[in-house]
Ligand binder design. Structure first.
Ligand code: C5P
Length: 222
């Protein structure tokens, strides 16, 4: 039994992390950011001076890598080989490398038990690209968030500027569509909605509106 798991999937910049965190706080659930795990692998690959697309060497590096998570005050920290790397995971370099390593089947295979182990405790809001389709296929509540590409680019652009990584909006737009195309077209666990996912278009909704919508769906099930 997977306990109560709420799965949230969707493309980059759609607001998944924001609403997943808020929903988890409202429910008193754990917030599992699966993207951070792909980012942690990417961080290790870059540290090891390995080309993120080199599937063979990336797989070999995972053979001597440990990955742990810590959950505190609604946030998730990631430890790679015992080092807390959370603060390094959202740079443009790691973001780009995460998108590439996430298409490597060995990486996805390696991260599957890591994610499922967290799911075993139940009471988890898990967010990513394949959470409802692959990681927790029997999650009782699934959401697939989507939004216009231009809206997603603007949201991400504002986040980047706030974090001191600002650049041209057009570049962010291209970067997001590049990542989404890779996520949607990869052979293993591509980005897509589970058949039983509830679709929410967040283009014109506020964070509060999305969370309220989700809360209503969750209480209808539990
Ligand atoms: O969600 P986030 O942008 O942090 O994810 C970083 C990258 O990790 C994504 O671009 C995607 O390629 C990959 N990812 C994935 N499957 C997940 C979560 C993230 O492939 N469940």
């Amino acid at each position: 039994d997977q306990g109560v798991i709420i799965a949230i999937d969707g493309p980059a910049g759609v607001g998944k992390s924001t609403v997943a965190k808020r929903l988890a706080a409202r429910l008193g659930y754990l917030y599992l950011d699966t993207g951070a795990l792909y980012r942690a692998v990417a961080w290790k690959v870059l540290q090891s001076k390995i080309e993120p697309a080199d599937a063979e060497r990336v797989a070999r590096v995972l053979g001597h890598t440990t990955l742990h998570m810590q959950f505190q005050h609604g946030a998730m920290q990631v430890l790679v080989d015992g080092q807390d790397v959370t603060a390094f995971l959202r740079t443009p370099e790691v973001t780009a490398a995460a998108s590439v390593v996430s298409a490597i089947p060995a990486v996805r295979e390696w991260l599957l038990p890591v994610q499922r182990q967290i799911g075993q405790r139940g009471s988890v809001v898990a967010e990513g690209r394949d959470v409802g389709t692959k990681v927790f296929p029997s999650a009782p509540v699934k959401f697939f968030l989507d939004a216009d590409a231009s809206v997603r680019a603007e949201r991400r652009h504002r986040e980047l500027v706030a974090a001191g990584h600002g650049g041209a909006l057009e570049k962010t737009h291209q970067e997001l569509s590049g990542r989404d195309n890779r996520d949607r077209s990869r052979a293993v666990a591509p980005l897509m909605a589970a058949a039983d996912a509830r679709h929410i278009d967040t283009s014109t909704l506020s964070v509060d509106e999305v969370v309220e919508h989700m809360m209503a769906a969750v209480s209808a099930v539990s």
